[in-house]
Ligand binder design. Structure first.
Ligand code: AMP
Length: 209
């Protein structure tokens, strides 16, 4: 099953994808994670996109589309995948249509106030990508990862100025995808405000029906 996760930044797409991946046994493909790993490893792509990610803007379509096209050629996508963070523009959605058939688009619905609360409290374990929240999902020892003990970090783009910019970019560039997929008839709205487990159950029920 080929699934796209849509929704504003901070709606919990990454958290849900990690849970859904185990349920469905298909890879979780996050364009944000691929960019961050390139930045961490100092690749040419990483150097090119570092400033863009830090400001909360979008990487140019042609770069992102080619990266996804390559990734979807990998054998592990044979029985499906979960796309998280792609497409983010109409041009990307049109390109994806030429690559594959999408079975379901899950649209996470969350208001701006909650988005800001979630993003500003989000912390990450840099080596594993494990996600915490300082209030709703804190680590056992404040500031440190439960598994590795490493210090948690805050993404540059989870700082207030970048959050505002990302929300604006979402509204301008990504929200129009809701209409795009509504016309195709394969989009399911899911309330992203409850706990990840509740959201997961709602997503699984929606995918089955
Ligand atoms: P995310 O982890 O999905 O929030 O993505 C982090 C950042 O990576 C975004 O703010 C963009 O700068 C970049 N990015 C991720 N996916 C895309 C995409 N599909 N198109 C353009 N830029 C992207």
């Amino acid at each position: 099953m080929n699934i796209v996760l849509l929704g504003p930044p901070g709606a919990g797409k990454g958290t849900l994808a990690a849970l859904l991946k185990t349920e469905l046994n298909v890879p979780h493909i996050s364009t944000g994670d691929i960019f961050r790993s390139n930045i961490k490893n100092g690749t040419e792509l990483g150097k090119k996109v570092q400033g863009i990610l830090a400001s909360g803007g979008l990487v140019p379509d042609e770069v992102t589309i080619e990266m996804v096209r390559d990734r979807l050629k990998n054998d592990d996508t044979a029985s499906g995948y979960i796309l998280d963070g792609f497409p983010r523009t109409i041009a990307q959605a049109e390109a994806l249509d030429t690559m594959d058939e999408i079975d379901a688009v899950i649209n996470f619905v969350l208001d701006d106030e909650e988005v800001v609360k979630r993003l500003s409290g989000r912390r990450l374990a840099p080596s594993t990508g494990k996600i915490y929240h300082i209030v709703t999902n804190p680590p056992k020892k404040e500031g440190f990862d439960d598994e590795t003990g490493e210090p948690l970090i805050q993404r540059d783009d989870d700082k207030p100025e970048a959050i505002r910019h990302r929300l604006e970019v979402y509204r301008q560039e990504t929200a129009p995808l809701i209409g795009y997929y509504k016309e195709k008839g394969n989009i399911i709205d899911i309330d992203a405000s409850p706990s990840p487990e509740t959201v997961l159950s709602a997503v699984l029920a929606a995918l089955q029906s």
